[in-house]
Design a protein around this ligand. Structure first.
Ligand SMILES: Cc1cc2nc3c(=O)[nH]c(=O)nc-3n(C[C@H](O)[C@H](O)[C@H](O)COP(=O)(O)O)c2cc1C
Length: 224
């Protein structure tokens, strides 16, 4: 059965474009996949903690040497990673803040990019010190930006640090299929915003209706 992980990270509610767009995607996806399941994670209403010194020490201690406190420090991260492993498809609403991702989504990234869970580290291997451990998943990142021209070839493209960051960090853990669907012009409003929202919604409907190939490998790297 196909499983969708629906993430929102806008602190806004009624006025949030990314919330509305991801919600439209989920509704369409559910109508196409009546037996599919959806897990929701709201980083706007329920912000995640930043990683701490205790978290880092625990993450870099081998699992069989972790104390009860260390295991507790990683519990939320384990839950988030299990949630990611359970999903075939992830749709994430990500507002464009100060040319990158909002801190709420960055806190999520810091919790899920974890040695031994989502990537492996072999310092002695000169060819590939890092191995991704997540396989067969696809991310649809739904972005909204206040200004325009941040897309490929646009006048603000070089100020767009969000798209390359998303592709880099998700491919680092093995999510190679990253589709970014962006709306622009929230701050300009009018027809420019309406057109941009329309084309983002159209693309999302296409993606919701697309028959993604079944994941080749379902990772079994769950927490013990
Ligand atoms: C703290 C903050 C920083 C922002 N930084 C940018 C920016 O660098 N470039 C831009 O085009 N829009 C920027 N915006 C506008 C948002 O990208 C825009 O309002 C977007 O629609 C937010 O997503 P949401 O509608 O889902 O909340 C910023 C907004 C906020 C609140």
């Amino acid at each position: 059965m196909t499983h969708l992980l629906h993430i929102n990270s806008s602190p806004r509610f009624d006025r949030s474009h990314t919330r509305r767009l991801t919600s439209d995607f989920v509704e369409r996806w559910k109508s196409i996949h009546p037996h599919g399941t959806v897990t929701s994670r709201d980083l706007g209403t329920d912000p995640l903690p930043h990683v701490t010194q205790d978290w880092i020490a625990a993450a870099f201690t081998p699992p069989n040497r972790r104390s009860a406190d260390m295991r507790a420090a990683l519990r939320l991260s384990d839950e988030l990673i299990d949630e990611l492993f359970d999903a075939d498809l992830i749709v994430a609403g990500i507002p464009f803040y100060n040319f990158g991702m909002p801190s709420g989504f960055k806190a999520y990234v810091d919790q899920i990019v974890r040695v031994g869970r989502t990537f492996d580290f072999h310092p002695d291997d000169p060819d590939s010190a890092y191995t991704p451990l997540v396989h067969g998943k696809r991310l649809i990142a739904v972005v909204s930006r206040g200004d325009g021209g941040y897309g490929p070839g646009g006048p603000n493209e070089m100020r767009n640090h969000l798209d390359p960051h998303l592709r880099t960090v998700f491919s680092f853990i093995g999510v190679e299929q990253v589709e970014i669907v962006a709306a622009e012009n929230d701050e300009h409003g009018g027809i420019a915003l309406a057109d941009s929202l329309d084309s983002a919604r159209r693309r999302l409907m296409e993606l919701a209706e697309a028959n993604f190939p079944a994941p080749e490998v379902v990772s079994s790297c769950r927490a013990n």
